[in-house]
Design a binder for this molecule. Structure first.
Ligand SMILES: Nc1ncnc2c1ncn2[C@@H]1O[C@H](COP(=O)(O)OP(=O)(O)OP(=O)(O)O)[C@@H](O)[C@H]1O
Ligand SMILES: [Mg+2]
Length: 317
């Protein structure tokens, strides 16, 4: 079982414009909205891979209802924590030349009662499931959240012997390492900020992956957009690298979330480190071609899985 936790979910809105002009009126050629947020993207890809993920997150207003309906339509069991404030919208603007601009709302504050309801449902899901869930903790925290929210989720999950997969940034990421997540996957910018170093070469990126393990993660990946994906299955393992496949990306939004879904399934299915990385990279590449974030198609994933190559960047004894 997979439980995708979304403290700050969103409706993803994708607008297409010819060319975005600052300080001008811009008219969109097309506007679409989808159930979204990072944990939802992970759940969607897991569903496409044939799994039955559950999703939990606060939902408020019309956006909250749209989010729950969108997830249900995809066959994802969504547990909404009723929230007074409306669920946010994340805007993605695609220009004809391929430029992608994202504007992410901060996410509404939850009341103490809503946080308590969230904690309670989360604990019940950890305790009550048939089998031990793998817990996926994804995305930013809404305004006013306790910065150790994810650290507490990880500790609670470990009390129930659940595996924990974390994809967040900033202080929420930094504060989670003492709880020893099973797996973390920052992107280049997130890792660079965390470690306060430039990651402008593969060697530097491999060093950063090792550093994530030394900080307390059991396994770590680092995604570098069109420069590929790195993964290390533990301090006694080598750092592996999958160069990105050459695709005409529609949008990279959700590629990291799709990679995470691949790792979640690979690790939970006891795939080898190479196979897990190949699946993760194939999910990520497929998302580049998807109609919306998280909407990777299974036939693309299977095709790219055969095409991804994996190299060893260094051997650690
Ligand atoms: N333009 C691209 N061409 C080919 N592959 C790509 C491209 N962009 C991303 N990828 C693949 O997707 C993976 C994840 O991308 P990226 O590092 O952009 O994730 P991210 O910033 O965490 O994304 P998000 O948080 O929006 O899901 C990369 O490691 C790579 O495998
Ligand atoms: Mg990301």
């Amino acid at each position: 079982m997979f439980l995708c936790v979304s403290p700050n979910p969103a409706i993803d809105k994708r607008l297409r414009v010819e060319s975005l002009q600052r300080a001008r009126v811009n008219r969109a050629n097309a506007a679409q909205s989808f159930a979204g947020g990072k944990a939802a993207h992970v759940a969607m890809v897991l569903r496409t891979l044939g799994e039955s993920p559950k999703w939990i997150g606060p939902c408020g207003g019309a956006n909250g209802r749209e989010l729950l309906a969108g997830l249900a339509a995809l066959g994802i069991e969504a547990i909404g924590i009723p929230a007074q404030q409306p669920t946010r919208t994340n805007l993605e603007i695609l220009e004809d030349d391929g430029t992608v601009t994202e504007i992410l709302e901060p996410g509404a504050r939850l009341t103490d009662i809503e946080w308590a309801a969230f904690d309670k449902r989360y604990s019940d899901l950890l305790a009550g499931g048939a089998g031990t869930p793998s817990v996926v903790l994804s995305g930013s925290l809404p305004q006013g959240a306790a910065v150790d929210f994810y650290a507490r989720c990880i500790s609670a999950a470990h009390e129930h012997s659940c595996r924990t997969f974390l994809d967040t940034s900033g202080e929420a990421l930094r504060r989670s390492f003492p709880a020893k997540p099973e797996f973390v996957k920052p992107n280049r910018q997130e890792a660079s900020r965390l470690l306060e170093r430039e990651l402008d070469s593969l060697q530097a990126a491999a060093g950063a992956v090792r550093k994530l393990l030394e900080l307390g993660a059991k396994r770590a990946a680092l995604s570098m957009g069109k420069d590929g994906l790195l993964y290390c299955a533990g301090l006694q393992h080598p750092v592996l690298y999958a160069p990105a496949l050459p695709v005409q990306a529609c949008s990279p939004v959700g590629c990291g979330d799709s990679a995470l879904a691949g790792f979640v399934l690979g690790l939970s299915s006891d795939y080898s480190p190479e196979e897990s990385l190949r699946l993760a990279a194939a999910c990520a590449t497929s998302n580049c071609l998807a109609e919306s974030p998280g909407a990777a198609r299974l036939e693309d994933i299977r095709r790219f899985q055969r095409q991804v190559t994996v190299q060893q960047l260094e051997t650690h004894v």
